[in-house]
Design a protein around this ligand. Structure first.
Ligand code: PEP
Ligand code: MG
Length: 323
């Protein structure tokens, strides 16, 4: 048993019929990197950089950020590392920065909205990230994007920062600039995003709460927070299809990515990367090894056509795995 697990650590993730599905780690802190490596994560699929800001007593300087980002990129030895720019607001606050009180913080001043309004903070972070790119394989994604214009604005700022670093003589690696899709507005325009952003990381934690209009942290409406509602499955499939029509890497990095009901569906949709906490990686890898991707594709098509409730979806997944 132990030997089996050890073997799983070293191998890339493939389904029973040979379809690859990369499994990467979600990390919140630098100390999470070593567990990601020891478990054999195929990359860092989501580094939530806001934790670097939340755990400090002051805004981290460019040098402080650069050292942290470089550490992660170097530690991964060329495996892909996806940095999400500062996602503050909602339930996440900075102890040294007073932000206005809001009645609906999850629908409020957060993610890319905050960064586009605090260019000094945003540009400092981008400088540190771009400087760290020479040490490995870096992607940058933006959180809580709603409109194409927000992505274009963020990308333009990135280009300006990059250009000024090049002019100053910094060595810079090849960087992929993509986006999170975690609002229904962005999801409905996934075909447009897939023409200008790569990778696309589907943040299901937020996407589900916005689709179901059920606060992800409110137990009074937890009965409506339904990851397997057919509406959510259709939406995710639409985003993944748009990615593939444009040769864009499709990743899922919400909690759902590690669920044994979601994994067969995401494999069937042809998602390229699942990112999850390191703890879940081996279990997920061994599940995928026993799944037939082609059969899962048929299952997804059946669900999209026929399911009208979460119970339908879960039942169909269970009966198809049992076969
Ligand atoms: C998400 O919303 O699914 C996500 C990965 O981001 P976070 O959980 O940090 O909001
Ligand atoms: Mg989110």
């Amino acid at each position: 048993q132990l030997k089996k697990l050890k073997n799983l650590k070293k191998r890339p993730t493939v389904s029973k019929d040979g379809f690859p599905l990369q499994i990467a780690a979600n990390i919140n802190n630098l100390r999470d990197v070593s567990s990601a490596i020891s478990i054999g994560a195929e990359g860092i699929g989501l580094y939530r950089t806001e934790f670097l800001f939340m755990n400090a007593t002051h805004l981290p300087t460019e040098e402080e950020q650069f050292r942290a980002y470089r550490y992660i990129v170097k530690s991964m030895h060329g495996k892909p590392v996806t940095f999400r720019t500062l996602d503050i607001g909602g339930d996440k606050t900075l102890p040294y920065m007073k932000l206005p009180h809001e009645h609906n913080p999850f629908l409020g001043y957060r993610g890319i909205r905050f960064c586009l309004d605090h260019l000094d903070i945003f540009e400092t972070q981008l400088r540190a990230l771009i400087r760290a790119s020479r040490y490995g394989n870096v992607s940058i994604i933006f959180p809580l994007v709603s409109t194409i214009q927000e992505f274009k604005d963020a990308k333009e700022i990135y280009e300006e920062v990059r250009h000024s670093l090049v002019k100053k003589g910094y060595k810079i690696g090849h960087i992929h600039v993509g986006t999170m899709i975690e609002t229904p507005a962005a999801a409905m325009l996934a075909d447009k995003f897939a023409k200008i952003a790569n990778p696309i990381n589907i943040g299901t934690n937020d996407l589900i709460q916005f689709m179901m209009a059920a606060d992800r942290g409110n137990s009074l409406v937890a009965n409506l927070y339904l990851p397997f509602d057919p509406s959510v499955i259709r939406m995710i499939k639409y985003i993944v299809d748009c990615c593939h029509q444009n040769n864009v890497k499709a990743c899922v990095c919400g909690e759902m990515a590690a669920s044994s009901v979601a994994i067969p569906l995401l494999l069937g949709m042809g998602v390229n990367e699942l990112s999850m906490s390191s703890m879940s990686i081996l279990r997920s890898r061994s599940l995928i090894k026993n799944l037939n991707a082609k059969a899962m594709r048929r299952l997804v098509n059946k669900i999209v056509k026929s399911a009208s409730s979460e119970i339908d979806v879960i039942r169909l997944v269970h009966s198809s795995i049992a076969k």
